[in-house]
Design a protein around this ligand. Structure first.
Ligand SMILES: NC(=O)c1ccc[n+]([C@@H]2O[C@H](COP(=O)([O-])OP(=O)(O)OC[C@H]3O[C@@H](n4cnc5c(N)ncnc54)[C@H](OP(=O)(O)O)[C@@H]3O)[C@@H](O)[C@H]2O)c1
Length: 154
């Protein structure tokens, strides 16, 4: 991610509004979500966009696949026309289409030191993000222990 210009103004929502509702709590905050392509992560992403459209930004940590960049993976996640893929986001597309623009892919791999982040992305996340959802994991329960621990536990 070479150029990322996310403007976050946590002070624009007053404290009482924040404490009164879940939506208010997340308003103008930036979130980092791991595992967004997985079963749990997709649900978290949909819920955040649907219930909290004033979120400033949702950074999703994605690893590139052999034939797909993280940007292509994000597009596939949101737009995949196949049944049972992206229709979870249909109501977002209709009710809160602008929220989709707040999703930013960040290249990383949770099995690597420092999540495999570039220095630039690491600094950007440190400066902007204050809420983290960690849903990335391996759910293969016959995985070698070092792999399972490396991916799942922090
Ligand atoms: N499914 C359930 O009903 C359920 C219920 C309660 C708790 N949980 C827990 O929730 C967590 C996620 O489960 P899930 O069912 O959503 O699993 P899942 O569908 O297999 O999704 C796993 C996610 O983790 C990502 N991931 C795996 N290794 C990664 C790596 N090295 N770097 C970056 N991302 C990586 C995958 O990304 P890729 O697309 O790149 O592979 C995918 O997005 C697990 O800890 C599970 O125990 C699940």
């Amino acid at each position: 991610m070479d150029t990322m210009n996310v403007i976050i103004n946590a002070n624009s929502v007053n404290d009482s509004e924040k404490s009164d509702s879940i939506e208010g709590f997340y308003a103008n905050n930036a979130i980092l979500l791991t595992g967004a392509t997985g079963f749990v992560g997709k649900g978290i992403l949909e819920k955040l966009m649907r219930v909290c459209p004033r979120i400033a930004a949702i950074f999703i940590l994605l690893r590139p696949k052999k034939d797909q960049t993280i940007e292509q993976r994000l597009r596939k996640l949101i737009d995949d026309p196949k049944p049972n893929h992206s229709e979870i986001y249909d109501s977002i597309r209709i009710k809160h289409p602008s929220v989709l623009k707040k999703i930013h892919p960040v290249k990383g791999d949770i099995s690597l030191p420092d999540l495999g982040l570039s220095q630039e992305d690491r600094i950007m996340l440190i400066e902007n993000v204050n809420i983290l959802f960690h849903a990335a994991a391996t759910v293969r329960f016959n995985e070698p222990l070092n792999v399972a621990v490396g991916v799942t536990i922090y």
